[in-house]
Design a binder for this molecule. Structure first.
Ligand code: ADP
Length: 453
């Protein structure tokens, strides 16, 4: 029940209500002011006329029938609208009161004073009257002037403003609706398209229409389209990621299954193949285990919260180099100044360096050298891992940080998941570091981790 009574809150209705209220207030206010001003002006004009008549009466000094006749003869008094009473209070007079035509019957019913407006009276059956008096030489003059014609003018003014008000109030909603439609139409269109997009499957082609005007709606549509593009690419990346992960897992599983089948079918008759197959099964399961570890590391890196602490970066890097040197066939040379201390997240920094050193070892000849160096500059620390290995082709450089990307020359020849650098990149972003790659000379690659201080 309540909802039926609720006001329509869309922009058109809000604009319409506000404008109507504003205009009604303005026009009614204006009408009142105009009517009061016109009324006041008319009253003042009547007052001046009335003063002139009183002046003429005072000048004449009506003391006898002769004076009265004389004045009546010369005066321009309109007896249909003005009523004069002369009251003589002097001694030795023949007539005490003189009345112009109609005055006597007018005064039969006493006119009622209207408060607040000086000299204004109301006489039933006659209407509003302006009363003015004068006094000269013991004679007092009273003059009532009918205000009917002035009131007619005032009435006309009020009627005209009322008609104008009604006309405006009738036509304005149409005009405001047109304006509001022009402003909110594109917004409604935008909402409709957004709703259509939201209920169907997200597709890259889906974009909101971008109107030329109003600018705010245009900007909103542009921002929304940017948001949609980001959403599409994010969704696509997630889908690709799942598809890649499934693919990477499917390959070792298929290999394992085929070896199990081989053992089942021929294991009894050819026991020599069992050892071989078990070896492959072990290798493939190890690869799967690495892949799952990398996937977990990536998912952790996506939502890791970093707690910083002050630690000795030099010591930490030396320790990592020693640990990797025990596993890698290459010689690891370190160029690390002692006692470089930073405030950072040691675990994620170590993880990045381990990935870079492992890759350097994986993609270099066994007898080559790997260098781990640390340079401290004014506002940054640069940690570099340089190898003299196979190097990275220009077209691969822009993709190697993507998830599951592996250069075609290493696929199938060197074991890997294609996730190491993606994890390193994610951790760098999380720490607000920069991770870059460049060629080493005469061959190999240099990965640099830049820590801004
Ligand atoms: P993975 O090493 O498991 O393949 P990464 O994400 O660590 O995955 O590396 C992505 C790709 O970048 C590698 O497959 C390889 O082609 C290339 N790459 C990374 N590090 C090096 C390196 N030091 N030398 C040559 N190529 C490299």
């Amino acid at each position: 029940m309540r909802t039926h009574l609720k006001k329509n809150q869309n922009s058109d209705s809000i604009m319409l209500r506000s404008f109507l209220l504003l205009l009604t207030v303005v026009i009614v206010g204006f009408s009142i002011i105009t009517s009061v001003a016109v009324g006041h002006q008319l009253l003042e004009t009547s007052r001046t006329t009335s003063n002139n008549i009183i002046k003429s009466l005072k000048r004449t000094v009506i003391d006898s029938d002769h004076d009265w006749k004389q004045w009546r003869f010369n005066s321009l008094l309109d007896t249909s609208t003005s009523y004069v009473r002369v009251r003589n209070t002097r001694r030795h007079i023949t007539t005490q009161n003189y009345y112009s035509p109609g005055t006597r019957s007018l005064l039969k019913i006493k006119p009622q004073k209207i408060f607040f407006i000086h000299g204004l009276y109301y006489r039933p059956h006659v209407g509003f009257l302006l009363y003015n008096t004068g006094h000269a030489k013991g004679i007092s003059y009273g003059l009532w002037t009918k205000l009917n014609s002035q009131l007619e003018i005032l009435e006309r003014v009020i009627i005209i403003t009322a008609v104008v008000l009604v006309l405006i109030l009738l036509t304005l909603p149409l005009y405001i609706r047109v304006i509001a439609q022009r402003l909110t139409g594109p917004l409604s269109q935008l909402t409709k398209t957004a709703e259509t997009i939201s209920i169907k499957k997200i597709q890259t082609v889906d974009k909101l229409p971008v109107p030329e005007t109003p600018t705010e709606v245009k900007n909103l549509a542009l921002s929304f389209n940017r948001l949609l593009t980001n959403l599409y690419s994010k969704t696509k990346k997630e889908k690709d990621f799942v598809a890649n992960a499934a693919h990477e897992l499917r390959t070792p599983i298929a290999t394992i299954r085929s070896h199990v089948q081989l053992i089942k079918r021929h294991g009894r008759d050819h026991p020599e193949i069992v050892q071989d197959s078990l070896h492959y099964i072990y290798k493939e399961s190890e690869q799967m285990s690495i892949l799952i570890d990398d996937l977990l590391a990536l998912s952790r890196a996506d939502k890791m919260t970093l707690i910083y602490h002050n630690y000795d970066l030099s010591a930490s890097l030396q320790q990592i180099a020693q640990e990797i040197a025990q596993l890698a066939p290459q010689k690891i040379i370190t160029r690390i100044p002692a006692q470089v201390k930073i405030t950072g997240h040691s675990k994620s920094i170590s993880q990045i360096i381990i990935i870079l050193l492992t890759n350097a070892s994986k993609y270099s000849a066994k007898d080559s050298v790997i260098e781990l160096s640390l340079k401290k500059e004014a506002d940054q620390i640069i940690i570099q891992v340089a190898d003299h290995g196979i190097g990275i082709a220009a077209q691969d450089k822009k993709h190697i940080f993507e998830r599951f990307y592996r250069a075609s020359d290493v696929r199938g020849t060197i074991a890997g998941t294609g996730l190491g650098l993606a994890i390193a990149q994610q951790l760098s972003l999380l720490n607000h570091f920069q991770l870059t790659v460049e060629d080493n000379h005469p061959q190999g690659s240099i990965f640099s981790l830049i820590l801004n201080l």
